[in-house]
Design a protein around this ligand. Structure first.
Ligand code: S3P
Length: 195
């Protein structure tokens, strides 16, 4: 997308772009690139939660449990989404909390980064910072999570395939799809509405 079209898109953007999808789909990398293209702030919700808690995601899971993590995640996303337009990468399980999901559907432009199980497995195998994959066979756990979560992810405004690895092409595709959503979607929550 050329610079002029991006500028017009940026001016029309009245809400955040929120990336959802499984761990390993590249939400952080693609989110940062998308934010750079739009000259917007980029925030990763896991980073925000870690900053607020003063410890890592793994430590939060260990010390306080997943329910507590999801609660913190909801509060962080509520704050981020109600703030100025930006690009937000969420943790893979954020939309499993019904209230968090509703916030995203109502107040943001949601983008599901989809990837095949084999790609996810290869990517998550590179780090050991995912608490949900620590207790068992990562392939089996990922397959189960994917099955449970796909119907939720599928509610996103935009679905793109992140399996191919061509990040520039993917960012361009997202920009074009965001342009279409802004032109066609009647959002439940109107932002900057004239009174
Ligand atoms: C999780 C994904 C992680 C992180 C936490 C739980 C999940 O984020 O929020 O480990 O439930 O899928 P990424 O998707 O950024 O890895």
């Amino acid at each position: 997308m050329n610079a002029e079209r991006i500028l017009i898109l940026r001016e029309k953007l009245d809400r955040p772009i929120v990336l959802i999808g499984m761990m390993g789909t590249g939400k952080t990398k693609i989110g940062a690139m998308l934010a750079r293209a739009l000259d917007l702030e980029f925030v990763d919700s896991d980073d925000e939660i870690q900053r607020a808690a003063g410890c890592s995601v793994s430590e939060i899971f260990e010390r306080f449990g997943e329910a507590s993590f999801r609660d913190g995640e909801k509060r962080v996303l509520k704050r981020l989404i109600s703030d100025a337009p930006k690009v937000i990468a969420t943790g893979g399980g954020a939309v499993t909390n019904a209230e968090t999901a509703q916030l995203i559907w109502d107040d943001a432009i949601s983008v599901w980064l989809k990837a095949d199980l084999a790609v996810l497995l290869e990517r998550v195998g590179r780090t050991d910072r995912r608490p949900l994959l620590k207790n068992g066979d990562p392939a089996k756990i990922l397959a189960e999570l994917l099955e449970k979560r796909e119907p939720i992810y599928a509610r996103a405004d935009i679905t793109v395939d992140s399996s191919t690895g061509d990040a520039d092409a993917l960012v361009n595709e997202i920009l074009e799809r965001v342009e279409t959503v802004l032109a066609t979607k009647a959002f439940a929550q109107k932002k900057n509405a004239q009174t």
